[in-house]
Design a protein around this ligand. Structure first.
Ligand SMILES: [Zn+2]
Length: 112
C-alpha cells in the first residue's frame, strides 16, 4: 500500500459524493485509486452504495445486482475522470501551441 495519498477518513467522507457523481476528476481518481487498494474503504463504499441505491430500488421489482453496479460505477467514474483530465491536457497543449504560433506571427508582423 505504498500508493496511499489520501487518508481513509477523506475517502469515506467522499463516498456519498462519489456515488452521486459529485467529485471532480482529480478527486475521483484519488478516490478510485484508494478504494482499489484499501479493503476498509471498499467495504464502506459497498455498504453506503447498497444503502443509498438499495433504498431507491425497494419498490422496483426489477432484478438487480448492486455489487456489479458498484463495479461498473467505479469503472465508469474512473474512465470519465481520466478522459476529462486528458481533454484538459489537450486544451492546454492547444492553447500553448496557439500562443507560440500566434507569437511567431505577431513577431513576424512587427519585424516588417
Ligand atoms: Zn482506506
Amino acid at each position: 500500500m505504498a500508493k496511499k495519498k489520501i487518508s481513509c477518513m477523506e475517502v469515506q467522507k467522499n463516498i456519498p459524493a462519489f456515488i452521486e457523481n459529485d467529485l471532480d476528476s482529480k478527486e475521483t481518481l484519488e478516490f478510485v485509486d484508494h478504494v482499489r487498494h484499501c479493503d476498509t474503504c471498499m467495504e464502506e463504499l459497498s455498504v453506503e452504495f447498497l444503502v443509498l441505491v438499495g433504498i431507491k430500488r425497494l419498490d422496483s421489482a426489477s432484478a438487480f445486482n448492486l455489487n456489479q453496479e458498484l463495479d461498473d460505477l467505479i469503472d465508469y467514474n474512473e474512465q470519465r475522470a481520466r478522459q476529462k483530465r486528458q481533454t484538459s491536457f489537450f486544451i492546454f497543449i492547444g492553447a500553448l501551441l496557439a500562443a507560440i504560433i500566434g507569437g511567431y506571427f505577431l513577431s513576424g508582423i512587427f519585424r516588417k
